[in-house]
Design a protein. Structure first.
Length: 485
């Protein structure tokens, strides 16, 4: 039996301009500068810097008709909506909002040879036949940024046949790998796993009794060493605790990721430009927005002159009318973009100011134990904005504080109850857990169960599995792997 019914749905759709504004809010300082540069290049109606003109043409101040009629008159465009009597946009005149440009520092990056190019250059010092050279270059190309060849040798043999038209054997590839690739710098590059990487580095060093013993330990008891089964190692190699300590110290000096230590690596560390700055001034917190987020933008006077020329013209051709319509479109886009930048700055300042006051005790002292439980909704409710807007600010922005540059989202955390029934931040608990682990006896590190007991004694009753979760989030290994000789 068929039934006919009506359903009503209330849908809220964002306009393209609202979507663009959200994207602008999300951009950190450097990305915002790139977006600004792009907009200025694409819209000639936008101009930067101070405007040298003293007056505007007031004859062009009538409201414009946006009905879509083909007939366009100069009087249809209200130029006052796009032009300001001030030389500086009004949002630049707000006091104490922006940090001084004089404080901006840029870190230059030195151009250099890339990691893989350096390895290829080193191959030029070897004498190869055509096949060996192709294999060596293929192996270098298979090395990842950490300096390892992670793929199976048989897979490499197959790829050589299919992609380089080189038909070779597994033995030949291994021979070139050991004879050539493993002798390249940085030492340890081209290893297939950590064990091989460490052994390569030890064998390249001057031979000593301890280094020979260290190689033997890695070759025949690698699992025992990694799992810190020190008693088993002493029994297997008939060595004292002091000798084992020397072996451990020798291996700890090696580089487990030889590729990442190369100065010319393909991956250049991203330069972080703080979007905000919080300073202590006479015992009070002072918040400023990075000046690079406050560009001086205005509508181009050249466009005003073009409109004046059209108005004063006695004969108005179709091409002139088309030009005026084009100008109107660009003026609308420029006006919206300037307004969007103003809204972006206001949103950033209001959000960060609320976060600063919510975490006032932390910003005064830098003590992470004073971070209050805070979720996105807490801030959104205070500033009457959507949670997604606060998220866009928190997830991509940095703030410079007296205690270092921090990602804003790090100030957010869930809460739990302590023994007194008070809400405490999970960050506070993690900090205490981190301190307990740092102060433990490394010869007898604390198990997760023991850590849970200690936290309970301090007034934080949490389960062992929760301790394990927090420990993993802090990148702290299990007790067995924290053990030292």
């Amino acid at each position: 039996m068929l039934k006919q019914s009506l359903q009503y749905k209330l849908l809220q759709k964002l306009s393209p301009q609202q979507i663009q504004l959200m994207k602008l809010i999300q951009l950190p300082t450097q990305a915002f500068e790139e977006r600004l540069k792009q907009e200025i290049e694409e819209n000639p109606a936008l101009d930067t810097g101070k405007d040298e003109s003293d007056s505007f043409d007031e004859d062009l101040s009538n409201e414009y008709d946006d009905t879509g009629n083909e007939k366009i008159e100069a009087e249809d465009i209200n130029i006052d909506e796009y032009l300001s009597d001030d030389e500086i946009p009004n949002y630049k005149t707000q006091a104490n909002n922006y940090s001084s440009d004089d404080e901006e520092k840029s870190v230059p990056y030195a151009a250099g040879t890339s990691f893989h190019q350096s390895l290829k250059n080193q191959l030029n010092t070897y004498s190869f036949d055509e096949e060996e050279k192709a294999i060596a270059e293929f192996l270098v190309g298979s090395i990842d940024d950490s300096g390892y060849i992670r793929r199976d040798i048989l897979d490499l043999v197959d790829d050589l046949a299919f992609t380089a038209n080189v038909f070779t054997t597994e033995e030949k590839v291994i021979s070139i790998l050991k004879r050539v690739i493993h002798t390249l710098d940085p030492i340890g590059v081209g290893a297939r796993d950590l064990k091989e990487c460490l052994i390569i580095q030890l064998k390249r060093k001057e031979t000593t009794k301890i280094r020979t013993l260290a190689i033997n330990v890695l070759e025949s008891a690698f699992d025992h060493f990694v799992k810190k089964h020190y008693k088993k190692l002493q029994e297997k190699f008939h060595i004292s605790e002091d000798e084992l300590k020397e072996v451990n110290n020798e291996i700890s000096k090696l580089n487990p990721k030889p590729g990442s230590s190369y100065a010319g690596n393909n991956k250049i560390a991203e330069q972080i430009v703080p979007d905000f700055s919080i300073k202590l001034v006479d015992g009070e917190l002072d918040l400023t927005l990075n000046a690079r987020n406050a560009p001086e933008l205005h509508i181009s006077r050249e466009y005003n002159n073009m409109l004046k020329g059209y108005q004063e013209s006695t004969v108005k051709s179709k091409s002139q009318k088309d030009a005026v319509f084009f100008i109107k479109q660009k003026l609308d886009a420029a006006k919206w973009f300037i307004d969007a930048i103003k809204q972006r700055q206001q949103t950033l300042l209001v959000t960060m100011n609320t976060i600063m006051h919510y975490q006032y005790d932390y910003f005064l002292t830098g003590d992470e134990r004073k971070l209050k439980p805070m979720i996105l909704k807490d801030i959104a409710d205070k500033i009457n904005m959507d949670v997604s807007t606060v998220s866009r600010v928190a997830n991509s922005k940095y703030v410079s504080t007296p205690y270092g540059t921090k990602l804003i989202k790090e100030f957010f955390s869930e809460s739990m109850k302590n023994e007194k029934g008070e809400d405490v931040s999970t960050k506070e608990i993690k900090k205490i857990l981190e301190n307990v682990v740092a102060e433990e006896n490394k010869k007898k590190p604390l198990t997760d169960e023991k850590l849970a007991t200690i936290l309970k004694e301090k007034g934080y009753p949490i389960a062992r599995r929760t301790v394990a979760k927090y420990r993993e989030q802090l990148d702290l290994p299990v007790a067995r792997l924290r053990k030292e000789i």
